[in-house]
Design a protein around this ligand. Structure first.
Ligand code: C2E
Ligand code: CA
Ligand code: CA
Length: 731
């Protein structure tokens, strides 16, 4: 007030106003504050109000005129009217100096506005009744709204904090005052009445480890303005342990921290779940590594098992490839372990295995591997040799280590071992094969007398393997009908008559074409497949001869029989069966050629077989005579019909005197034993002439005809009957 009178604002308006007039001044105040003014003649029911009074409820005064008590009462919210009346009565009774009331009044637009009414009775009737009241109306709608929203917001905050178990805290750094929200108290099992929070008290409740962390964090917040977000363990005021998350936000003014605010959140449940998860994860991990252990190690000796051995072998091979040195794979099998196990029992056996394994392990170098892959079977990977020969020392050391006497539960026992060894990269194959090869060699070591090592023979194995593969292939060839028979005629040199056909096998290979017998027969000679193939030849020859015989006079056919086949137990029987299966076939048309060979060792047996075949009507020739055993006993004991002079003598007899002598000798011998003689390898007419001169009447050879497919036989026979002339096949 004093200020204003000293320095009156020099506005035009103020000039017109008489500032000494109170009523003028009041008018200004009323306009500035937006207060509605009312003046009520209580007994007369007349109401006077200013524009603002009407404006609060959306009208102009003119619109409301004439104003009365009812203008007010009718616009009041019905619920508020009774209360208003009560308050008025109270005021009039003198119980309140002022009549004051917050009420809702209906706005012109239909909604209610909040009005703060304040009034006072200024004149009284003599009877003591009120005559005139003066008062104000203040529009408090906005304030009411704000307040309501505030209530709502804080209530919501409160509820959500409770639900989330989140409490808030605030620390005023200037005053040191710490403020906790309700939920923060609740989290600490306490109430504002019971507990007065201070920083020291709060920190004091944290568990030791957490206390260090929170103290540090608070220091940093206070001194450096750095906030935090931590998960810690604390006790409540009642000593209950809880996990909490606590955060801190720093408010700074001019770079100086003035206030810390943050939350407290009870995360005990989450932590519990997390801990359970972690612990079950730990259990899982433990179970896993136990599993892994049993997956890779032998429980008895704790040595690597077969699985780990495979890994180690792979590694050793890789390392070997880099270092250009050899590794030895040693397959170790104890000798006589089973007997010990049987006579002393399993626990004895187990202990023996443990002891032997230890002894063996101790003579190996670091970096070598010893694995147990079965009962008494071990495998050692011994690495780093210049040459396989260098391995003899460590191998002998291993044999010695195993053969050492061991004390098993007070009993002195001794075993030995058979070791099979293969070397990589000399034996250039995969771990599986290496192991198999070492195993094979171990078996050989056993057969050679045990307590020794034996080295796998790579070359021998390769040979066996390729033979095995070839046998498989030939087996398939037989099934697939890839074999065929060629036929080569035999003639009587005197008459030029064809006297027979020799069946000669060929392999009609799908890729390589027609293959001669020397390319495949040696592979199967000693195999059961050779016998099967031999039977096939007999059957096929008989079958084809029958179709030929329809067109020709009955030509005998000769079939070559391997010594192995001939001496096979039931050769005679099988031949009988085959012949019986072809009733139209005359057995005396079949001639079997057998090699004069040391393979026909058991002359008694062979002659028995020949005799039994003779009974069927089948005859025999002794093939390649002169190349083999050539004993007179043969000629005497074997009931054959023909001697076949081998082509190697025949071919060169015209130029080689010795060969001629042999041919002559055989012819004489045949005469002496009353055998017919036939020469093979007759390649020119001159051969034929010479043989005839020597008294050999039968011949076979390229000079007459080369072996031919069955389909060529009839055309050839026709041709030969027209022009029976030998040719020179050497040209
Ligand atoms: P082998 O029984 O001595 O058969 C005669 C071989 O000499 C045949 O060879 C034939 O083609 C060949 N040859 C015939 N005349 C001449 C000639 O004037 N000059 C020359 N350089 N060679 C001639 P092939 O067919 O290669 O047979 C070889 C051997 O294979 C046969 O010798 C026989 O021991 C065996 N063989 C053939 N077929 C069979 C069969 O079905 N079973 C058995 N177990 N062995 C057979
Ligand atoms: Ca022959
Ligand atoms: Ca021959």
């Amino acid at each position: 007030m004093t200020k204003k009178s000293v320095n009156p604002a020099p506005s035009n308006e103020s000039v017109r106003l008489d500032l000494h007039d109170d009523s003028e001044r009041l008018k200004l105040v009323i306009e500035a504050t937006g207060v509605g003014i009312w003046d009520w003649q209580v007994q007369a029911g007349i109401l006077t109000a200013n524009d603002r009074w009407a404006e609060i409820i959306g009208y102009t005064i003119a619109e409301l005129e004439p104003l009365s008590f009812d203008t007010w009462a009718n616009n009041l919210h019905p619920e508020d009217l009774t209360q208003a009346k009560d308050l008025l009565e109270k005021h009039w009774r003198g119980e309140s100096e002022l009549y004051q009331f917050e009420a809702r009044m209906k706005h012109k637009e239909g909604h209610y506005v909040w009005v703060f009414a304040s009034g006072k009775t200024v004149e009284w009737e003599e009877s003591g009744e009120p005559r005139r009241m003066l008062g104000t109306h203040l529009d408090i709608t906005q304030r009411k709204k704000d307040h309501h929203q505030f209530i709502m917001a804080s209530q919501l905050l409160h509820e959500s904090q409770e639900i989330a178990r989140v409490g808030g805290w605030e620390l005023n750094l200037e005053t040191g005052e710490l403020y906790w929200t309700d939920e923060t108290y609740r989290l600490h099992d306490t109430t504002p009445e019971e507990f007065n929070p201070t920083v020291d008290a709060g920190v004091g409740y944290f568990l030791p480890e957490s206390r260090v962390i929170i103290s540090d964090a608070l220091n940093k917040a206070v001194n450096e303005g750095v906030g935090y977000d931590l998960e810690l363990e604390t006790l409540t005021t009642k000593g209950r342990k809880i996990d909490i998350r606590t955060t801190c936000n720093v408010t700074q003014i001019n770079g100086v921290p003035v206030r810390l605010t943050g939350i407290f959140q009870d995360i005990s449940e989450q932590k519990e779940v997390q801990r359970k998860l972690e612990s079950s994860n730990r259990d899982l991990k433990q179970a896993n590594s136990a599993l892994q252990l049993s997956a890779h190690f032998d429980p008895l000796t704790e040595l690597p098992n077969r699985n780990l051995l495979a890994d180690r072998m792979q590694q050793a091979i890789v390392k070997c490839a880099r270092g250009k040195r050899s590794i030895a794979i040693a397959f170790i099998d104890l000798d006589g372990f089973k007997a010990i196990n049987d006579s002393y029992g399993h626990s004895f056996g187990d202990e023996l295995l443990r002891k032997v394994a230890t002894n063996l392990y101790n003579v190996l170098r670091q970096g070598d591997t010893l694995a147990r892959i079965g009962g008494d079977e071990f495998v050692a990977i011994v690495s780093d040799f210049e040459t396989p020969e260098d391995a003899s020392r460590p191998l002998n050391r291993m044999l010695d280590a195993i053969a050492r006497t061991v004390d098993v539960y007070g009993k002195l026992l001794k075993v030995s071992a058979s070791i099979g060894v293969t070397f990589y990269p000399q034996d250039n194959t995969n771990p599986d094969q290496l192991l198999r090869h070492a195993d094979q060699a171990m078996y050989a070591a056993k057969q050679l007398g045990k307590n020794r090592y034996h080295i796998f023979d790579i070359a021998h194995d390769a040979a066996i393997k390729s033979k095995q593969e070839e046998l498989e292939r030939l087996k398939k060839a037989l099934i697939n009908n890839e074999f065929i028979l060629y036929y080569q005629p035999k003639i009587d040199l005197r008459s030029k008559q064809v006297v027979g056909l020799e069946a000669l096998i060929r392999w009609n290979h799908p890729d390589q074409g027609i293959l001669p017998p020397n390319t495949f027969l040696p592979v199967i000679e000693q195999d059961i497949l050779g016998i099967e193939l031999g039977e096939w030849v007999i059957k096929e020859a008989i079958r084809q001869l029958q179709t030929l015989q329809a067109a020709t006079s009955s030509l005998p056919i000769s079939v070559n029989i391997s010594p192995f086949q001939l001496q096979h137990a039931d050769f005679g029987e099988r031949l009988g069966e085959i012949i019986a299966q072809n009733p139209s076939f005359k057995a005396n048309s079949l001639e079997l050629e057998i090699l004069e060979s040391s393979a026909l060792r058991d002359i008694e047996q062979v002659s028995r077989i020949i005799k039994s075949c003779n009974k069927l009507g089948v005859t025999f020739s002794i093939d390649d005579f002169g190349t083999g055993y050539s004993s007179l006993t043969y000629l005497k004991r074997l009931p054959a019909e023909y001697l076949k002079i081998d082509q190697s003598f025949v071919r060169d007899m015209l130029s080689d005197k010795e060969d001629l002598a042999i041919v002559q000798g055989i012819i004489e011998l045949a005469k002496a034993f009353n055998l017919k003689v036939i020469a093979e390898g007759v390649e020119t007419p001159a051969h034929g002439d010479k043989l005839l001169a020597l008294g050999c009447y039968f011949a076979q050879g390229y000079g007459i005809a080369k072996p031919m497919p069955a389909s060529d036989v009839i055309p050839w026979l026709a041709h030969w009957s027209e022009n029976a002339e030998l040719i020179d096949a050497t040209l």
